[in-house]
Write a protein that binds this ligand. Structure first.
Ligand code: GLN
Length: 319
């Protein structure tokens, strides 16, 4: 196992070489999965892409593979909207409306909404929970809410150019009967009130926020640093809220593969059906991965294996 602290030009080169070697080892894993097609725009992604960016808390960046390819955050945005809802309303308000437990079901499942009482969604990392969280973000119009999420994400990622991909948002909106079903079911059961189409428009748009691997690595670094800006020390997310988000990432971030990922990789992570993964290794680094070919649970097939190998190689498990 090599050392992960990059404190000289030499160790930085070694780290870089090791990362490139791992990317090469995992490129062929893309063949084990398929890109998401239920959002038609995502079907255009290249399944062979694989890239990873790392932002160490000491400041250095290490990257390998296809890191210049833009992709939409999809479910990764759920971590950021949760953080914002908690900053807007506090824990009591948010957790009265969304639970704290993993489901063991697919990310878009409706089944537990009916069988669990009260009918609130089990956690904010599944679609039902994230739609409920979307209804909580302050702002009287979709544009205002979206602007607030974008401002937050731009600040965390240190990239003022981040915006959303209109085509992807539209493509999802046209085909999203299942998310509509979840939203109508929850409104009927008073999980939230308001205009369903507006809440969903906001949800689809924040899922379509477009990033690169380094943006995710920078966001992950803030979480790894207890919510503080890595360079200035400014508090961007209150430490308790950063902790809550990281805990959800461990218990629910990889959906019904979260247990296995916690054992094999062992650090907080959140995936999206675009093939992106946001990783955060407390006190050490933020990680951004792209690998659009997905396994049957909706996680990047090569990305997950790459993160597991990185964890093995550099001893990244927090457990
Ligand atoms: N926008 C996607 C959806 O609602 C997000 C799902 C995901 O990334 N797992 O289906």
């Amino acid at each position: 196992m090599s050392k992960l602290i990059v404190n000289s030009a030499d160790s930085s080169t070694v780290f870089q070489q090791e990362l490139e070697e791992l990317i090469n080892n995992h490129r062929q894993d893309a063949n084990l999965g398929k890109v998401a097609t239920y959002i038609p725009e995502l079907a255009k992604s290249n399944p062979k892409h694989l890239g990873v960016s790392i932002r160490l808390l000491s400041g250095e960046i290490v990257e390998a593979g296809d890191v210049r390819v833009p992709f939409t955050m999809q479910s990764i945005s759920k971590v950021l909207t949760l953080a914002l809802a908690l900053m807007d309303h506090g824990e009591e308000y948010v957790f009265k409306r969304v639970g704290m437990e993993p489901t063991g079901d697919p990310f878009n499942s409706i089944v537990k909404l009916e069988t669990i009482h009260p009918n609130k969604p089990l956690n904010p990392m599944i679609n039902a929970g994230a739609i409920a969280v979307s209804s909580m973000i302050r702002g009287n119009k979709v544009e205002k809410k979206l602007e607030r999420v974008l401002t937050f994400i731009r600040k965390l990622s240190k990239n003022s150019e981040i915006s959303y991909n209109e085509k992807v948002a539209e493509s999802e909106s046209k085909t999203s009967d299942l998310n509509r079903a979840l939203a109508y079911f929850m409104r009927e059961h008073e999980v939230f009130e308001g205009d369903i189409e507006e809440i969903l428009e906001f949800y689809f748009k924040h899922c379509a926020i477009e990033v690169h691997c380094l943006d995710l690595a920078n966001i992950g670094a803030v979480f790894a640093n207890n919510g503080q800006d890595v360079e200035t020390g400014e508090t961007l997310i209150p430490p308790k809220i950063a902790r809550i988000c990281k805990t959800f990432m461990v218990t629910c971030g990889m959906y019904n593969a979260s247990g296995e990922f916690a054992i094999q990789a062992g650090f907080p992570a959140k995936s999206g059906v675009s093939g992106g993964i946001l990783g955060t290794v407390p006190t050490k680094m933020g990680i951004g991965v792209l690998g659009p070919s997905l396994d049957d649970k909706g996680n990047s097939v090569a990305g997950v294996k790459l993160l597991e190998s990185m964890s093995d190689r550099w001893n990244l498990s927090i457990f």
